[in-house]
Design a protein around this ligand. Structure first.
Ligand code: PGA
Length: 254
């Protein structure tokens, strides 16, 4: 059985005051007996505050990005060991916004994945196709390429302690969600692709769905057998929406 995970990707939103209010409300409303992992991903500058705010440790904190280098003269960058040092557990790598706006390619994403592991963080690798790629029936080849880039660099063992997130680019921030069947099809494909390398790792790997997940659609997405949680953007900024998504995840058993 895979323990569901709900991850809140705050992107570049928030302030000291709004974050504090949001975290206090999330911590109050996400029940301790829910059998799920809950992780929030605030912007870098607020990570240490978030860790302090969530000192009970029930809700974990992750970063939205990491430098591929371990340290040195890289102005503006933040390394995995630093993120670990301030209390992060997870880090997102390969989010489509970083692939698109900051030109991160599969090799750089794989290097970031490796750097995260070396620094003691668990990577959350995002994969997903654009609308043009879906329409050209390239969904499977695109997500396979994105996953294989990591396997080529680290072996399938890289996924033993990582999380995979399928985020169709056309569904992110658009209000247009993949149907549960569309999500399930890609999740099953990803699991079988990893399973071709190592069935045990594939069986344990959590594959999250991301792209306009909200309270109103979470339950049906999470009911799919290969959907092990959600990577939630916009809806993670509302404590009430986020709580409802966590509640839906806590009701899932597969
Ligand atoms: P969204 O973002 O939920 O706002 O679509 C998801 C993500 O980009 O992780």
């Amino acid at each position: 059985m895979r323990r569901p995970m709900v991850a809140g990707n705050w992107k570049m939103h928030g302030s000291k005051a709004t974050n504090q209010a949001l975290l206090a409300e999330v911590e109050r409303s996400v029940r301790p007996d829910w059998p799920i992992d809950v992780v929030v991903f605030p912007p870098y500058v607020y990570l240490a505050d978030a860790v302090r705010e969530l000192e009970e440790g029930r809700i974990l904190v992750g970063a939205q990005d990491v430098c591929a280098e371990s340290g040195g003269a890289f102005t503006g960058q933040v390394g995995a060991a630093m993120l670990k040092d301030v209390g992060c557990t997870y880090v997102i790598v390969g989010h489509s916004e970083r692939r698109r706006w900051y030109h991160e390619d599969d090799t750089l994403v794989a290097r970031k994945f490796a750097a995260a592991m070396a620094g003691g963080l668990k990577p959350v690798l995002c994969v997903g196709e654009t609308l043009e790629e879906r329409e050209a029936k390239q969904t499977e080849s695109v997500v396979a390429r994105q996953v294989e880039a990591v396997i080529n660099m680290l072996g399938v063992g890289g996924f033993a302690d990582a999380v995979l997130a399928y985020e169709p680019v056309w569904a992110i921030g658009t209000g247009r969600t993949a149907t549960p069947e569309q999500a399930q099809a890609v999740h099953a494909f990803l699991r079988s692709r990893i399973g071709a390398h190592d069935a045990k790792i594939a069986g344990h790997l959590r594959i999250l769905y991301g792209g306009s997940v909200k309270a109103g659609n979470a339950a049906e997405l999470l009911a799919m057998p290969d959907v092990d949680g959600g990577l939630v953007g916009g809806a993670s900024l509302s404590a009430d929406e986020f709580r409802q998504i966590c509640a839906a995840a806590s009701a899932v058993r597969h």
